[in-house]
Structures are given as structure tokens and as C-alpha cells.
Design a protein around this ligand. Structure first.
Ligand SMILES: Nc1ncnc2c1ncn2[C@@H]1O[C@H](COP(=O)(O)OP(=O)(O)O)[C@@H](O)[C@H]1O
Ligand SMILES: [Mg+2]
Length: 332
């Protein structure tokens, strides 16, 4: 499979008045062409920071990339690109969807005007009627009657607003869609519907997606691969079936699943794990999860575990450090 996006050893720091927050500490992650990669982890783990780094939307002067590369089709997004280049890329090469649809919508313009604006930006040669026609098509595409384009955002439900935001994000046929908890603000009954729509549209267009979610059920439904992030490091990644259908996995991931594999399909939300993530301004020398880990050994507190691959499945944990081939199981 061909890689669309490669993140290599990314380090991101937030510099605040009080502290340096080490949000990403050597994240490496690939997204292949056409795939949906799920990114899961607790609040504060660094998920949004990854998406914002890719979009180059980290808060100015506060969010700093201190090391690493982000390559889109082999071209580094962090170097040699002006803000104007990035603006042109956002939307055309990559689009981002946030949890709150209002962060992308303007309350004082009609939905039709807002969709038309994006259409005009990306297809400047279209005539007025052609723009209108495209707006109608886009509304119908996400299941909303086109005559409602004269209405304002507050006249739409949360699910409808998010569907329109998704339509806008996909209008310019981005190669990469970054969806940061796109359905968490929505009513549970319509979450699945919105997600399915987003995934179908993304598949029709052959785009790749990074789907950030708290919901392991969503990952199972939509994604072919999953990456688990903890304290700014990817602790595990691989094909969904390798991680969901076995207990051969990182103790943190086990914790997220509630540690009982049979319940995986039923427990949709991440399970709470006792204890807290380490203070991101003062990270431990060894494994970030050691404090909370039921399988902790002495080495865990002092040494960072290496990445180990079992086929396409990567685990970063001392339990698996000795293993080089799949099927061996952890040394406990
Ligand atoms: N603008 C910011 N200023 C300071 N710290 C931030 C800022 N944004 C995020 N952080 C911190 O960076 C870490 C990662 O945050 P984030 O990427 O938002 O995590 P997630 O999306 O997984 O919940 C957290 O410790 C968070 O408090
Ligand atoms: Mg977030």
C-alpha cells in the first residue's frame, strides 16, 4: 500500500507562561492511500495536537514543533511552505472536521451562502448558476433538501449542521480528511448515521481519513487500522483485527477495552483506567504508562520500551521487547 501521509518522530511542545507541556514525544505514524486510520486514547493524550500539526494550525507562538517531519506524498509540510501555501492546501489537499460544527459555520450567514463560498474558492471559474447547482447537489448529497439552503445554522439540528460541515469538508475532494471526534457532540441516535455518511463519501472519493474518536465501536465499524496514543507517544498500532480480536496487545490498550476481550464489541466507549496520565510538563524517564500498568516491572520505570513489530502490528512495551515473531505471546 502506498503512503499518503508520513509522520516521523514528531515532537510538539506547548509553551505556556507557567510550563512547557510536552504534548507529542516522538510520534511516528503513516496513513496509507484510501484507508481510514483510527486514533484513540484518553483526553489529553495528544490526539488533537497530531491533527493540528498536520494542518499546521497549532496555536501561534504557543504550539511549537521542536522536531520531526510530516510528509504528504513525500513533501514536508513543516518546511518550506508559506502560510499562503498552507491555506491553499487546507480544503484542497486536506480538510479537518471538528466536534463542534459551529466552529466551521458562521451563524449570520445562510447555509447556502456558506457552502457557495467554499465552492467559489475552489472552483473560481464557475458561473453563478453553476455554483448554485453545486450547492444544491451538496445539500442533497448529505440528505438535506436543497430548499433549506436559505436557512441559518440555528435552524438546523446538530446532526444536520455536522452533515453540512462534512459536505463542505469533502466538497473540494481532499486527499486527506482529518476528523477530530466528529460525532461526539451529536445525539447518540444519529452518530452512527453521520459517521456512515462521512465514511461512504470518503470512500467514493478514494480519500484517506484520520478518525480521532473515543469510541472503539466506531473504530471497529469504520477503520482498517488503529493507533493508540498515550502521553504523546504511539504505544500500539496495527490492523483492527489484530488488536480487537486478540489479547495480544499493550496493557494500556487492554485497559481501554476493559481488559475482557469478549466484551469488546459491547463496550463502545473507552473504559476508565485507574490513575492518571503523567503530568505532561514533567514526563517520566521510562514508560509513560508504568505507574498505572498492572504488568509493570522494574525496567519499565527506567527505560523507554522500544517499538516492536509483529507483522504489521506494533507494540511499544517491555512485555513484548523480547518478541520478534507473531504468535509468541507476551513474556509475563
Ligand atoms: N493551547 C494549548 N496550550 C497549552 N497546552 C495545551 C494546548 N493545547 C493542548 N494542550 C495540552 O497538550 C496535551 C495534549 O492535548 P490534546 O492534543 O488536545 O489531547 P487530546 O486531543 O488527545 O485530548 C494536553 O496535556 C493538553 O492539556
Ligand atoms: Mg482532542
Amino acid at each position: 500500500m502506498e503512503k499518503l501521509l508520513e509522520i516521523k518522530d514528531l515532537h510538539v511542545l506547548y509553551k505556556t507562561d507557567e510550563d512547557n507541556i510536552y504534548a507529542l514525544n516522538g510520534v511516528s505514524l503513516d496513513i496509507f492511500k484510501g484507508e481510514s486510520l483510527g486514533l484513540v486514547g484518553e483526553t489529553g493524550a495528544g490526539k488533537s495536537t497530531i491533527a493540528l500539526s498536520i494542518m499546521r494550525l497549532l496555536p501561534e507562538k504557543v504550539g511549537l514543533v521542536t522536531k520531526g517531519e510530516i510528509l504528504l506524498d513525500g513533501v514536508d509540510l513543516l518546511k518550506g511552505r508559506t502560510e499562503a501555501d498552507m491555506r491553499a492546501m487546507r480544503g484542497s489537499d486536506m480538510s479537518m472536521i471538528f466536534s463542534d460544527p459551529m466552529s466551521a459555520l458562521n451563524p449570520i450567514h445562510t447555509m447556502g451562502e456558506q457552502i457557495a463560498e467554499v465552492v467559489r474558492l475552489h472552483f473560481p471559474d464557475l458561473k453563478r448558476e453553476e455554483v448554485d447547482k453545486k450547492v444544491d447537489e451538496m445539500m442533497e448529497m448529505v440528505g438535506i433538501p436543497a430548499e433549506r439552503k436559505v436557512e441559518y445554522p440555528h435552524q438546523f439540528s446538530g446532526g444536520m449542521k455536522q452533515r453540512i460541515v462534512i459536505a463542505i469538508a469533502l466538497a473540494c475532494r481532499p486527499r486527506l480528511l482529518l476528523a477530530d471526534e466528529p460525532t461526539t457532540a451529536l445525539d447518540v441516535t444519529i452518530q452512527a448515521q453521520v459517521l456512515k455518511m462521512m465514511n461512504d463519501l470518503k470512500e467514493q472519493q478514494g480519500a484517506s481519513m484520520l478518525l480521532i474518536t473515543h469510541d472503539l465501536g466506531v473504530v471497529a465499524q469504520v477503520c482498517s487500522r488503529v493507533a493508540v496514543i498515550y502521553a504523546g507517544e504511539i504505544v500500539e498500532s496495527g490492523p483492527v483485527e489484530d488488536i480487537f480480536d486478540t489479547d495480544f496487545r499493550h496493557p494500556y490498550t487492554n485497559g481501554l477495552f476493559g481488559s475482557i476481550p469478549d466484551l469488546v464489541r459491547k463496550t463502545a466507549r473507552l473504559s476508565p483506567i485507574d490513575g492518571l496520565m503523567p503530568d505532561p510538563s514533567c514526563l517520566p524517564a521510562g514508560c509513560g504508562f508504568a505507574e498505572r500498568c498492572p504488568n509493570r516491572r522494574d525496567i519499565c520505570a527506567n527505560q523507554k520500551p522500544p517499538e516492536r513489530y509483529f507483522g504489521a502490528h506494533m507494540i511499544r512495551c517491555h512485555l513484548f521487547s523480547g518478541e520478534t515473531e507473531a504468535g509468541g505471546g507476551p513474556h509475563v
